[in-house]
Design a protein around this ligand. Structure first.
Ligand code: 6PG
Length: 248
């Protein structure tokens, strides 16, 4: 089946909490659909995922077979795991401490290494554990992403659009303002996912969402606008504030 130019499935909810609940229920459904075997989930940082992790810890402990889940990150900052900046550290605190995950199935970016070595080691773990598609790219069952106000996603920023077409699995990225080093999945790996779900909430994203959904020319400069799974599905889970300019 040809890859669509762009076909996001929009899901609009009242607020961020409902977006989190919708995603949690969607995760349950995806696990039921993939009836057995490991489930490879790439998580993201950001404000909406925080709501999700708290909700999963509070209400989904007995609704999910946590032993099937392998946890990865679409990007992480090159900081110690106990840093408040660590996407992995955040999930450990908000979720892993509260549900029966399998420690050996948690695969954070090895931020104790230098950035290039961390990207290589992380790519090797992904390659070792995940099934591959016909292009030899690893397939995540579910890739959860956010979108920054500048249209970045994972740690693919507008000043480094080349990461959208990199032949690497992971790459070192630099935050354009802070200079912080990060490791990120590249565009082709994200697009190889069985499903990509963006969680986008808040009025600060309204304009960007409209520019991307309406395919305005400016959207070409936003990395998030270029994410379209090759054969998987693309879903945007939005709250009304973020979807306001596209008619909700
Ligand atoms: C990160 C995230 C990043 C995030 C966006 C959206 O490590 O910072 O992966 O890509 O998803 O910045 O963040 P908010 O949802 O908080 O706006």
């Amino acid at each position: 089946m040809p890859k669509p130019i762009y076909s996001p499935n929009l899901h609009v909810y009242t607020d961020g909490q409902e977006v989190a609940r919708a995603f949690a229920d969607h995760l349950v459904k995806k696990l039921e659909e993939k009836a057995e075997g490991p489930f490879f989930w790439a998580l993201s940082g950001g404000s909406t995922p925080k709501l999700l992790f708290k909700l999963l810890a509070a209400e989904y402990k007995d609704k999910i077979d946590w032993s099937r889940l392998h946890f990865f990150w679409g990007d992480d900052r090159m900081v110690p795991y106990d840093s408040p900046e660590s996407n992995y550290g955040e999930v450990r605190t908000l979720l892993f401490k509260h549900v029966p995950v399998v420690e050996d199935q948690i695969h954070p970016v090895p931020t104790d290494l230098d950035p290039e070595a961390a990207a290589e080691a992380y790519a090797a773990t992904i390659t070792e554990l995940l099934p591959q598609n016909s292009d030899g790219l690893p397939i995540f069952d579910l890739n959860m992403l956010g979108m920054g106000g500048d249209g970045h996603t994972a740690s693919i920023f507008p000043d480094n659009m080349g990461l959208l077409t990199s032949d690497k699995i992971c790459a070192v990225a630099t935050h354009p303002e802070s200079g912080q080093k990060r490791v990120t999945l590249t565009g082709p790996v994200i697009d190889a996912s069985d499903e990509v779900v963006f969680l986008i909430t808040g009025g600060s994203k309204t304009l960007r969402v409209a520019q991307i959904i309406n395919r305005e020319q400016l959207a070409d400069t936003f990395p998030a606008a270029h994410i379209q799974p090759t054969s998987g599905e693309l879903h945007w889970f939005l709250d009304r504030a973020a979807a306001h300019e596209v008619g909700y």
